[in-house]
Design a binder for this molecule. Structure first.
Ligand SMILES: *[C@@H]1O[C@H](CO)[C@@H](O)[C@H](O)[C@H]1NC(C)=O
Ligand SMILES: *[C@@H]1O[C@H](CO)[C@@H](O)[C@H](O)[C@H]1NC(C)=O
Ligand SMILES: *[C@@H]1O[C@H](CO)[C@@H](O)[C@H](O)[C@H]1NC(C)=O
Ligand SMILES: *[C@@H]1O[C@H](CO)[C@@H](O)[C@H](O)[C@H]1NC(C)=O
Ligand SMILES: *[C@@H]1O[C@H](CO)[C@@H](O)[C@H](O)[C@H]1NC(C)=O
Length: 362
C-alpha cells in the first residue's frame, strides 16, 4: 500500500507535466467535480477560496485543481484552493480527476474578477449655453473598469433616467476605459437641468451587495430659447373711457427678452406691461409688442377698443333735470306760501268779523 501510494504520487506528478500540455477539459463526463461555492465574484487584489470535490465514491483516482494563482490542499477526494491576492483578470480554474486509462473528468470554476471604475466623468460635446431644438451628445467616460460586460451606464437629468447605452467592447476581461454616449435634442425644459451619469457593476447575487456604483460630477446646463408666452390674452380688449388699461405682454425666454411697443399713438413705452391710467377714445387702436432675445422674436398684437362712456352725460342730464325740478318746486312753493299767508290774514279778518257779527245779533 505504502509503495503503491508513493508510486501514485510520482506517477501523478509525471502525469501532470504531460497533462498540462495536452489537457482538454471534458465537461460531458458523468460525475463531474463540484465547486463550492458554484460561483465566485472577486475584487481584483482580494483573497478568495473555493473547494472542489471529485467523485466521492471513486478510489485510486488522480485529481487536482489547476490554476495560475493560489495554493491547493488535497484530502479525501477534495481540494481546497486558496488565493491570498487575486492578481489575474481571467484565470481559468479547473478541477479534474482521471481514472486511467479511459475516464477524464473536469469542471471549470465560474469566476468573475472585477474592478469598480477608478473615475466616472460626464461632459457634453459642447461648451457654453446650448440652443433649443438642437442635437447634442452626452458623454460618460468610465475609467479602468472590469469586466466591461457587467457595466451599466445610465445618463440622468435630475432624477430622470435618460438612457442606458451599451458597451461596444463586450468581451474584454481586463480593465478598460470606455466613453459612452447618448444623443439628446434640447428643449426649453432642459434649461437649468442637472446632467450626470452613473456607472454600476451588476455582478449578480454572488457579487457585492449593493453593486458598486460610481457617479460623475453634475453639469448644470443653460439652454437658450426664443421668447414664449404663458398666457394668451384675448386679442381684442374692450375698455371703457376713463378706466385704466393694462396690456400684459410678459414672456419667458433665455436670455431674458427685451420689449418694444409700437402703436398708432405716438407714445413711447418700455417694459412688459403697457399701462394707461385713464383711457380716452384716442387710445383706441392696435398695439404691437415685440419680444426678442438673440434667439428669436415674438410679436403680440393687442386690439384696443374704447367704449365711450354715457354715464357722465346721463348723470349730468339727471342733475340738470333735478336742479330744474328743484328750482320749479322752490318757485312754486314760495308762490303757494305767499298765497297761503295772504289767505291767513283774510281768515283772521273773517274771524274778527265773525265775532263782531256773532255778538251783535245775540
Ligand atoms: C456563471 O454564473 C452566472 C450567474 O449564475 C451565469 O449567468 C453564467 O452563465 C455562468 N457562466 C458560466 C460560464 O457558466
Ligand atoms: C455634438 O454632437 C451633435 C450630435 O452628435 C452634433 O450635431 C454637434 O455638431 C456636436 N457639436 C460639437 C461642438 O461637436
Ligand atoms: C449621435 O448623432 C451623431 C450625428 O447625428 C451620430 O453620428 C452618432 O452615431 C449618434 N450617437 C448615438 C449614440 O446615437
Ligand atoms: C403679466 O403676466 C404674467 C404672466 O403671464 C404675470 O406673472 C404678471 O404678474 C403679469 N403682470 C401684471 C402687471 O399683471
Ligand atoms: C402690428 O403688426 C401688424 C403685423 O403683425 C402690422 O400689420 C401692423 O401694421 C402693426 N401695427 C402697428 C401699429 O405697428
Amino acid at each position: 500500500m505504502v509503495f503503491s501510494h508513493k508510486f501514485s504520487v510520482v506517477s501523478l506528478m509525471t502525469f501532470l507535466r504531460v497533462f498540462h500540455v495536452s489537457f482538454s477539459c471534458d465537461k460531458h463526463c458523468a460525475d463531474r467535480p463540484v465547486f463550492t461555492p458554484a460561483r465566485l465574484v472577486v475584487k481584483h487584489g482580494d483573497p478568495t477560496s473555493a473547494d472542489c470535490s471529485v467523485c466521492p465514491t471513486c478510489i485510486d483516482i488522480q485529481y487536482d485543481v489547476e490554476s495560475p494563482v493560489g495554493d491547493t490542499k488535497k484530502s479525501e477526494n477534495k481540494i481546497s484552493w486558496t488565493v491570498h491576492r487575486m492578481t489575474e483578470w481571467q484565470p481559468s480554474i479547473l478541477c479534474y480527476y482521471t481514472l486511467p486509462p479511459q475516464v477524464q473528468c473536469c469542471s471549470k470554476l465560474n469566476l468573475t474578477v472585477y474592478q469598480p471604475p477608478d473615475s466616472v466623468s460626464f461632459n457634453f460635446n459642447h461648451t457654453g449655453p446650448m440652443l433649443e431644438g438642437h442635437q447634442y451628445t452626452l458623454q460618460c467616460t468610465v475609467q479602468d473598469v472590469a469586466p466591461v460586460e457587467n457595466l451599466i451606464v445610465t445618463f440622468y437629468r435630475g432624477q430622470t433616467a435618460l438612457g442606458k447605452p451599451q458597451s461596444s467592447i463586450n468581451t474584454e476581461k481586463k480593465p478598460v476605459t470606455e466613453i459612452f454616449s447618448l444623443n439628446i435634442t434640447t428643449s426649453k425644459e432642459d434649461d437649468g437641468g442637472q446632467y450626470w451619469c452613473e456607472a454600476k457593476l451588476e455582478l449578480g447575487p454572488e457579487g457585492p451587495q449593493p453593486p458598486p456604483v460610481v457617479t460623475s460630477q453634475k453639469i448644470t446646463t443653460a439652454v437658450y430659447y426664443k421668447p414664449q408666452r404663458m398666457s394668451t390674452d384675448s386679442d381684442i380688449i374692450t375698455v371703457a373711457e376713463g378706466n385704466s388699461l393694462q396690456l400684459n405682454c410678459s414672456a419667458v425666454g433665455n436670455p431674458s427678452p427685451s420689449y418694444t411697443w409700437t402703436s398708432a399713438n405716438p407714445s413711447y413705452f418700455k417694459g412688459s406691461v403697457l399701462t394707461i391710467n385713464s383711457v380716452t377714445s384716442a387710445h383706441k387702436g392696435q398695439y404691437n409688442c415685440s419680444v426678442s432675445n438673440h434667439v428669436g422674436t415674438l410679436t403680440v398684437t393687442f386690439n384696443v377698443d374704447v367704449e365711450v362712456s354715457y354715464i357722465g352725460i346721463i348723470i349730468g342730464v339727471i342733475a340738470a333735470v333735478a336742479l330744474l325740478v328743484f328750482i320749479g318746486v322752490v318757485v312754486l312753493y314760495s308762490f303757494v306760501y305767499k298765497a297761503n299767508r295772504m289767505g291767513q290774514y283774510n281768515l283772521k279778518d273773517v274771524f274778527r268779523r265773525a265775532d263782531n257779527t256773532l255778538s251783535c245779533p245775540l
